[in-house]
Ligand binder design. Sequence first.
Ligand SMILES: Nc1nc2c(ncn2[C@@H]2O[C@H](COP(=O)(O)OP(=O)(O)OP(=O)(O)O)[C@@H](O)[C@H]2O)c(=O)[nH]1
Ligand SMILES: [Mg+2]
Ligand SMILES: [Zn+2]
Length: 354
Amino acid sequence: MIKKKEKKKFKRKNIKLQNIEIDNLEKFEAEDLVEEKRAEKKIVEKSQISQKSNLNLKTGRILQVESNYKCRVKVAGSELICTLGGRLKQVNYETRTLVSVGDFVNVNLSQDPRIEKILPRKNALSRFSEESFQKEIIIASNIDQVIITASYREPEISPGLIDRYICAAQINNILPIICVNKIDLAECREDVKNKMKFYEDTGFVIIYTSAKTGIGIDDLREVLKNKETVFSGHSGAGKSSLINLLQPNIDLEVAEISNYTGKGIHTTTSSQLIEWSFGGYLVDTPGIKTFGLHREDKVYLPLVFPGFSQYVDECKFNNCTHSHEVGCAVKKAVNDSKFPAERYESYLRIFESL
Ligand SMILES: Nc1nc2c(ncn2[C@@H]2O[C@H](COP(=O)(O)OP(=O)(O)OP(=O)(O)O)[C@@H](O)[C@H]2O)c(=O)[nH]1
Ligand SMILES: [Mg+2]
Ligand SMILES: [Zn+2]
């Protein structure tokens, strides 16, 4: 995680206002209530003007986004299909997704259920499109952790993608956990461990699983208990298969043929929020090919890139970007073979792409 002090230093002015950091959920919920009351008051006032007095406003949570204007929402103990209120449908050039799975919303139940307000997000895991005006694509909001789901083979682990996930997660106050699935396809466990050595040495939680044999499923369940987790990663890595194994009655669609063809299959086509029977929630998401970070996150990158934290304090300049500066402790570690050159090259690729 970024040190508070550092984060303050780089505080951006007006971007991604929804990523408001909240220290504890209770406070967050309390703020929600205030927000809710305020929204309620506003809507009541509005309806009084328009002589509508039968307003029934309740807080719910988005389980699935069916289209840009239609969502499945858990509200007042039921699952309802809700449309987005007109005010929320206004064109927003910064985001491709108006609402996200995991959003808390105020729903007006007095007529056809309508979402009147999206409550402030605790955080969101988002990627950004590659166009020059980068649009936000929210993967999930209001979550504790992301299971970066990779597979040992078919498709092969992409460390570059893992690096991007880790950076995005840390910047947004989401705990990154790596899950290496399909370890049944490895000759031996050592091969898998060697591949992940850097991330293990750097202190990330890594869980090795096989949805085919069931190895590691208990370890995975342990980290999921009572947490709100999003599963994200390449298509075909086995996200839905793992979730099905953790909770058989969920019965998510998985790719039929385990013969990986190298093409993105994209079996899961829309994200959904589900409750675990053992406590907590999960979001299953469609696989992604690339993970674009936002240009304005570039300032955080030198602090959050995996493995850099132990060196940054020793760089000569405290705003060192570890790219061209003299007296850079990261570059020294690379030269002394203490930090893997491939990971440093991955950093430079991301840094320069922004
Ligand atoms: N050998 C092996 N195959 C697996 C394992 N886990 C999943 N698979 C197979 O991999 C294929 C893809 O699995 P899915 O669960 O659909 O993958 P996904 O990550 O949900 O993919 P998308 O929904 O497209 O993002 C399926 O054919 C699974 O049977 C595993 O641990 N070992
Ligand atoms: Mg899937
Ligand atoms: Zn440096």
